[in-house]
Design a protein around this ligand. Structure first.
Ligand code: SF4
Length: 650
């Protein structure tokens, strides 16, 4: 029973189905098989399928096995259309989307179909993943959409709260609520108004593409002060912030419409977090994206309070001239400060880095990336590495027209990316090499969706070393546990000694890893001082405050919630586990897995990290646990400690 066998079977069946009406598509087989198994057990029993055959068949029929190969089911959701307080020259502007996203991208289309409602987006993804046969009891939530820090805190709370709530409900409760919510949105407006708004969108988008109006101005016209009645209302329906825009509300601020979204207080967030600790679908990671200049101790504390574990930040380059030329309101120094802060707070960093920016050269790009992965001020955990492309709505079109920007040839681009892959150390993962922009939106630049394969083939042919994580991951095949060796790689950053503990197979593939940070006392003190007084930080704060839709100040988080350190930073002399990841097919939480998960590999990594931290003189280890993993760490001897969990060391 393998893929060629299945292909032959389907082809034979379809050749025999002469009238075409009984032809089968491979992607429909799994939903059909699972529905018979659940809804018609007698028929399923009559097929005489053994337990082992059932497992093998489901694995074979899964449409996209890689989606859960890294150990968790990923659910990507998008925030509502919203401007960004920066204005980068290459950034697309689509009035129907948050800044930098285009409505042709698959995740964007899904979000738009769901009215950008987080609850409905989660429901839709769970349905799709389940229909493909994926287990969804461990979920990583990835929140995309321009710059997270530019959204009002109440919207941020509502958005995250709804994501958790959707995962906390039972399947029946979730389906019933999704139906009510869908009806609420559908009843918001009349078809005539929808048409009006679609016309207004088209008109605004034409003006953006022609460079007559900026995205931010267009956004105000569409959603702020102009012809915004219907779609604005739909989006406002998902914005519990805005009584002036939203549907009728009672005195307590809650909508009186059945199925309408309701606001979330900080207590509500605590409630959905606690419920998720025991839910059937647990959050094992929560990622949002923002800019480095908006990373401050305050924003880190707020992100932790929402349950975030990883930050995606757009760096794009470390060359200050290039950054300025491309409209980035940030310097390499500020990027270093942001990465240091994220590390101290225990976040994993997933940075975006671009080749072929305005003013870049292939040689300069190679040197720039090498600095990112070798200079102790940076050293990110994960990189999304992609080339700049020309899209109609970006200011880059002018620079292309006057000859100041040209796309690299394929040869140049592949050479740059191959050199970057070769330079990437074994503790860094290159997650992607293209942005999800459809080829029809790219006017000029790379349109190959398999760019990564081309680059990897070039790397292999050149005999360049490959050490980055993604190419070494044990995927759906699993691993022989007895053959794995536990290795530790040490590396220094400006503010810490980092230890990357990895389970390695004899062929060099990696079955799991742990990131342990041992913060340097002197560096932590210096960072505390400079972060509080840095002119760049203050400028960034001033800029954010000047932005018309800047977030209102967040309510104080109580000092107790800031533990382990009084200001939310890890206390001196305490280590931090920033990530524990074990690869292999997702195994249901309450069942015995068949892949590399649930074989004690994670536990052994944690024990070894604690041993090493104690030997290095640290008195406790904190872990930046995701909400759904809190129970796991309690079982490993960690106690809840404010925004983290802590285990004292002997
Ligand atoms: S910071 Fe990001 S979203 Fe904002 S303009 Fe730049 S690329 Fe676009």
């Amino acid at each position: 029973m393998d893929v060629p066998w299945l292909d032959r079977l389907v082809r034979r069946h379809n050749r025999a189905a002469h009238d075409g009406t009984r032809q089968v598509a491979k992607r429909r087989l799994l939903p059909f098989y699972l529905s018979v198994k659940v809804q018609d057990p007698d028929r399923w029993a009559s097929w005489g399928i053994s337990e082992a055959e059932d497992v093998a068949l489901v694995r074979l029929l899964q449409a996209k096995p890689r989606r859960t190969a890294s150990g968790v089911a990923t659910i990507t959701v998008l925030t509502k259309p919203w401007p960004c307080s920066s204005n980068c020259v290459y950034c697309p502007s689509d009035i129907r989307m948050p800044k930098s996203y285009l409505s042709d991208e698959p995740a964007c289309q899904r979000a738009e179909r769901c009215w950008f409602d987080p609850f409905l987006q989660v429901c839709a993804r769970l349905r799709a993943l389940t229909a493909m046969g994926h287990v969804t009891d461990k979920v990583e939530l990835i929140v995309l959409g321009g710059t997270w820090s530019d959204y009002p805190p109440s919207y941020q709370r509502w958005f995250i709260g709804e994501l958790f709530r959707a995962l906390n409900l039972t399947d029946d409760e979730r389906a019933a609520e999704a139906e009510r919510r869908q009806l609420f949105y559908e009843n918001l407006g009349l078809p005539r108004e929808r048409e009006e708004l679609a016309r207004a969108y088209r008109d605004l988008q034409r003006r953006i593409d022609n460079g007559d109006i900026t995205y931010n101005a267009a956004w105000r016209e569409a959603y702020g002060e102009g012809p915004r009645r219907l779609v604005a209302a739909a989006i406002e329906g998902s914005d519990p912030d805005s009584g002036r825009r939203g549907p009728a509300r009672a005195d307590n601020g809650r909508s009186v419409f059945p199925g309408a979204p309701q606001p979330f207080s900080t207590d509500d967030i605590d409630g959905v977090h606690r419920a998720n600790e025991q839910a059937a679908k647990r959050v094992v990671g929560l990622v949002v994206e923002t800019r480095p200049d908006l990373i401050t101790p305050e924003s880190c504390r707020q992100l932790r309070a929402l349950g975030c574990t990883k930050m995606q930040i757009g760096i794009q380059s470390l060359n200050d001239n290039l950054l300025a030329l491309n409209g980035r309101a940030v310097t390499a120094k500020r990027v270093a400060e942001a990465l240091g802060l994220l590390r101290l707070f225990g976040f994993k960093s997933h940075v975006h880095f671009m080749a072929n920016l305005l003013g870049a050269t292939p040689e300069g790009d190679i040197a720039d990336y090498e600095r990112l992965v070798t200079d102790p001020a940076f050293l990110p955990d994960e990189v999304k590495l992609y080339p700049c492309c020309l899209v109609a709505s970006s200011a880059l079109t002018e620079h292309f027209a006057d000859g100041r920007w040209r796309p690299y040839t394929e040869e140049e681009l592949v050479a740059v990316l191959a050199a970057d892959v070769a330079a990437t150390p074994p503790w860094t993962r290159i997650s992607r090499m293209i942005r999800d922009i459809s080829a029809t939106d790219i006017l000029v630049g790379n349109k190959k969706t398999n760019l990564r394969q081309v680059v990897e083939a070039h790397v292999n042919e050149s005999g360049l070393p490959v050490r980055e994580i993604r190419q070494r991951e044990i995927s759906v095949e699993g691993a022989a546990v007895e053959s794995l060796a536990l290795e530790t790689i040490l590396y220094e950053t400006t503010i810490s000694e980092e230890r990357f503990l990895q389970w390695v197979a004899p062929d060099g593939r990696i079955a799991g890893f742990l990131r342990l940070s041992l913060p340097k006392t002197a560096a932590v003190e210096a960072l505390h001082r400079t972060t509080a007084t840095s002119p760049e930080t203050q400028a960034a704060r001033g800029e954010a405050a000047a932005f018309p839709d800047a977030p209102e100040p967040e309510a104080e988080i109580s000092p107790a919630a800031n533990a382990p350190g009084t200001d939310g930073l890890p206390a001196f002399g305490e280590a931090m586990i920033r990530e524990v990841h074990v690869y292999g097919k997702v195994a249901a939480l309450h069942r015995t897995g068949e892949g590399t998960q649930h074989l004690g590999l994670g536990r052994k990594l944690v024990e070894e990290a604690c041993r090493q931290a104690a030997a290095a003189g640290y008195r406790a280890v904190n872990v930046i646990s995701a909400i759904g993993t809190r129970d796991y760490y309690r079982n490993l001897g960690f106690a809840d400690a404010g925004l983290y969990q802590k285990r004292p060391l002997p």
